[in-house]
Structures are given as C-alpha cells and as structure tokens.
Design a protein around this ligand. Structure first.
Ligand code: AMP
Ligand code: MG
Ligand code: MG
Length: 310
C-alpha cells in the first residue's frame, strides 16, 4: 500500500469524525469564541477538530509534517478518541506511478479544521468545511473536503448529514458530481465576510451575470466543481495555505485550476509563508483560467505584489 493512498484514506476517516465534532458543538451551543485578529474567529469546534485531526494523523504517520491553522497548546491532548481507521473506498484506489515511492519527508499535510468559521457562528452551516490537503515536494497533490452540514436543510435523518469529497492528481475526484457551469453566462463566487475594493473592482471588470457571496474557500471551490459558479475570485490577501491546499488539489484532479492572481500555482512545502499574499483565482476548467486572470485589473495585481514584498 502506498503512503499517499494510506494518508488520504486516514484523512477521509478523520475528516468525517471532525465533522461530527463540529455538529456536536453547534448542537450543544457552547462555541466559546476567541478573536484571533480583525475579522478572524476561532471556536471550540476549530480547536477540537484540529486536535483530533493532527493527533490522529501524527499517531499513524509520525514522520510526516502536519501544519494546522490554529495555534494550540502542544501539551493539550485531544479530548476525543483518536481515529486510526482507514476509509476502505480510498484503499481500493491504485496510486499513480509517479507517487508510488513518495517518502514521509516529501509530504506536508495542511489542515484547516473548520473553514468558514464566521459563517459557522452565524448559522450559515453549509458554508463550513473541513480541509485536509496533501502536498508532495511542495505541490498540492491530494485533497479532502468534508462538508458537515451538506444538505442540512433537506435531510431530516441526522445520520445522513454531510458528505466527504476527495481527489488526487492523476486519479480524479470522488463524492461529488462535476457539472459544467451554464454556457453563455458568467457566474462568480467570492467572499461574503472579507470583501475589499480590489475584489469589487476585479469582479466589476469581469462583468458577471451573477455574483454569489458565500463563506469558505472549500465551499466556494465545491460550487465551482458543481457548476454553480464559473470562477472563485479573491484578489486580496487573507487566505492561507491550509485554505487552498486541499481545494487546489481537488480542482486539479478534475481538470480545474487554482492559482494566485498571476496564474501561478502556490507552493506548499513546510518552509513557505502561510499567507497567500497574491490572492486566489479558481476556475472549473484550466482552459478558461487565463481569461479570468487577464480580466483582473493590472492595478489590483501590482498592489498585491507591492504589499506582498513589504
Ligand atoms: P472567505 O471567502 O472570506 O470565507 O475566506 C476564505 C478563507 O480565507 C477563510 O478561512 C477565511 O478565514 C480566510 N480569510 C480570507 N480573508 C481573510 C482575512 N482578511 N483575515 C483572515 N482570514 C481571512
Ligand atoms: Mg479557512
Ligand atoms: Mg479555519
């Protein structure tokens, strides 16, 4: 069994349990919110989910570097029992030849235990995702996106709530049906809680038919994959490597693309800067990516570049 397939399989299992923790904390209503900065919240669910994910994966893969969003006390153990099981459906997948001999030292796992925290605290529950991205030699190769409240407005059976999507470069994506967005239209999805003039100017320059303002990098990439939007536009700093690693890998696995505003992929080795200073641009198909890239005003790009060098 190849290391990567085992790692993705364990990540799917642990993401599912993280999702049930996120639901349990919301059900009990004790979010225990901490302010991390301007417009940047952390709840008990972010902390407990990260502890579970990092401790579980560390136990199975002690030599792999794992980087989580939340800065937590390293001495505080997970209060939940660790997940050491493997998702069987992933284990049946054949690892592409180029990744068969990957070593622990080549891998970095980027964990966003709860993406869309401000939406979570506001009850916009389907915006919430758990993101586990796997980078190999600095490249986003595989991603798990768990959406704990998928279908929560329609599904009355709590045991059927949520879904887990995973994808790997050279393998494809599972747990989601890819759909082409409507032809002859331009639908753009973007942030609802971290807007800026640069974002508004860029979207205006693209002359869209519709703009969908929702939370979460994971959630927006799912909208792109399911054909609800043609592109996810965020020409602004604020997104971090744990926000984009899993989404970037998942999109790539189905022929889409996620880059900075210049069309360059991000790097995900353990020494990179966590902030994605040059923004995020994600599209359903690599063929249309350049169009969106070129449509972002030059002034917006230059400002991002200038700020990132400060
Ligand atoms: P959003 O599209 O606003 O939901 O953002 C996607 C992800 O990037 C979330 O995890 C946000 O927390 C993060 N993010 C984006 N902009 C900022 C910002 N200005 N400050 C902190 N986090 C941000
Ligand atoms: Mg996030
Ligand atoms: Mg988060």
């Amino acid at each position: 069994m190849s290391l990567l397939i085992k790692l993705i399989s364990a990540s799917v299992s642990v993401a599912n349990k993280a999702g049930s923790i996120i639901r349990e904390i919301m059900r009990k209503g004790d979010l225990n919110i901490v302010d991390k900065g301007i417009n940047d919240l952390q709840t008990e669910a972010d902390r407990r989910a990260q502890r579970l994910i990092v401790s579980s994966l560390t136990k199975i893969f002690p030599k792999i570097t794992i980087i989580g969003e939340e800065q937590l006390d390293a001495n505080e153990a997970s209060s939940d029992s660790l997940v050491t099981s493997f998702d069987n459906s992933v284990l049946t997948v054949k690892c592409p030849q180029e990744y068969v001999d990957i070593k622990d030292e080549d891998v970095v796992v980027w964990v966003d235990p709860l993406d869309g925290t401000s939406e979570y605290t506001q009850g916009l529950l389907d915006h919430v995702t758990v993101l586990i991205g796997v980078a190999v030699k600095g490249e986003a190769v595989a991603g798990v996106i768990h959406q704990p409240y998928y279908n929560y407005k329609l599904e009355t059976d709590a045991s059927k709530l949520g879904r887990t999507i995973w994808g790997m470069n050279g393998v494809g994506a599972f747990g989601i049906n890819r759909k082409q967005p409507p032809e002859g239209k331009r639908i753009i999805t973007t942030t609802r809680s971290h807007s800026s003039k640069a974002i508004n100017d860029s979207i205006k320059a693209m002359n869209p038919d519709q703009v969908i303002e929702v939370g979460g990098a994971g959630h927006k990439v799912l909208l792109v994959i399911e054909g609800e939007a043609h592109a996810y536009i965020f020409p602004s700093p604020g997104c971090k490597k744990w926000d984009t690693c899993a989404p970037e890998a998942l999109l790539r696995s189905i022929g889409g693309k996620l880059t900075d505003v210049f069309g360059n992929s991000y790097k995900y080795d353990s020494t990179v800067k966590h902030a994605n200073d040059l923004g995020v641009l994600a599209t359903y198909s690599a063929a249309v990516h350049d169009w969106y890239c070129n449509a972002i005003p030059e002034e917006v790009k230059i400002n991002l570049l200038h700020k990132s060098n400060m």
